[in-house]
Design a protein around this ligand. Structure first.
Ligand code: NAP
Length: 292
């Protein structure tokens, strides 16, 4: 347990609900390892209290905080500045206090692309990405795939109106031209072309662990050697990843994205270049009973 002193600095996560957040486990493990006088706490904040809570954070000298559902968009008007990255995807997951002002950014992109830039690094410029789902996390995934330079990016959703809204919401930048949207029925045509297949839907998430966004027949058409990437981290691996691995695909689960978006946030708050990433990963795995 971290020793609280008169100088302990405050970090935390805001959300509603927030009790199930894994961020305190990961961040407090890093803080303890670094021997720093900080603590990272969960702050359950209802939407109607967001503005007053942020003003209170400024008053008590909070150094920075993570932002989760349902505040990722609602926080934006309360900040003095947001980075171009957060602007691009229209959501903030990390806020820091800089020169007495709140500055927001989004580290989900960095988290998502981290395994694709390290362990599975390759030239993506001739590759095809197929992304299932068009919600909040899909925005970071699309931005990440654009950043990696994929030749083609296809976003697949179940509702044409929401797909069109997803596409139109990027119209301020040239980014909307870099991907195409498709209805679910088009998947049989897209899967055989996919070098990277990403599940950003919650299908298969605990407790519905037997579900998968794709049927066995659909996933059978995934090319051998393709990467199947599921943003879900409980269970680890999901049904989707198990099916994909049986087809000879490489599987990446959501735990590393969770770790790496946290690493990126902690670097901002602590002004550090190097963090105990393995300690953070291990803390999460132990907490989830994965014990690797
Ligand atoms: P979200 O904004 O609610 O988006 C969910 C998307 O999934 C929507 O496009 C929704 O479609 C689609 N969807 C839901 N049920 C579906 C179904 N039965 N069939 C087809 N599509 C379906 O949620 P989110 O914030 O993007 O999060 C999505 C998942 O990513 C969650 O499991 C979350 O835990 C995970 N995640 C992981 C990390 C990480 O660090 N590993 C980070 C962020 C999120 P409609 O638009 O048609 O409703």
């Amino acid at each position: 347990m971290t020793k609280i002193t008169g100088k302990t600095k405050l970090l935390g996560v805001i959300g509603h609900p927030v009790e199930h957040s894994l961020s305190p486990v990961m961040h407090n493990a890093a803080i303890a390892q670094l021997g720093l006088d900080y603590i990272y706490l969960p702050f359950p904040i209802e939407p109607q209290n967001l503005e007053v809570a942020i003003a209170g954070f400024a008053a008590v000298g909070v150094v920075g905080f993570s932002v989760t559902i349902p505040h990722k968009q609602a926080i934006i008007p309360l900040l003095s500045e947001i980075t171009p990255l957060a602007q691009t995807i229209g959501a903030v997951n990390t806020v820091s206090r800089q020169n007495n002002q709140w500055v927001g950014t989004n580290t989900d992109i960095e988290g998502f692309i981290a395994p694709l830039q390290t362990t599975y690094k390759q030239d993506w410029s001739q590759k095809v990405a197929v992304i299932l789902g068009n919600g909040g996390a899909a925005r970071a995934v699309v931005a990440g795939c654009i950043q990696l330079g994929f030749a083609q990016i296809h976003v697949v959703g179940r509702n044409m109106q929401r797909l069109q809204e997803f596409r139109n919401s990027w119209s301020n930048s040239s980014l909307a031209d870099k991907f195409q949207v498709h209805q679910w029925e088009e998947l049989p045509k897209l899967i055989p072309q996919a070098n990277l297949l990403v599940n950003t839907t919650p299908i298969g998430m605990y407790p519905k662990v037997d579900e998968s966004p794709l049927s066995v027949e659909e996933i059978a058409n995934l090319p051998t050697g393709a990467i199947a990437y599921d943003l879900i981290y409980i269970p680890k691996p999901t049904q989707f990843l198990q099916q994909a691995e049986k087809q000879g695909a490489i599987a990446i689960d959501g735990l590393e994205m969770l770790v790496q978006q946290g690493v990126a946030a902690l670097k901002i708050w602590l002004h550090l270049e190097t963090l105990p990433v393995e300690v953070m990963r291990q803390a999460l795995q132990n907490h989830l009973g994965l014990g690797e």
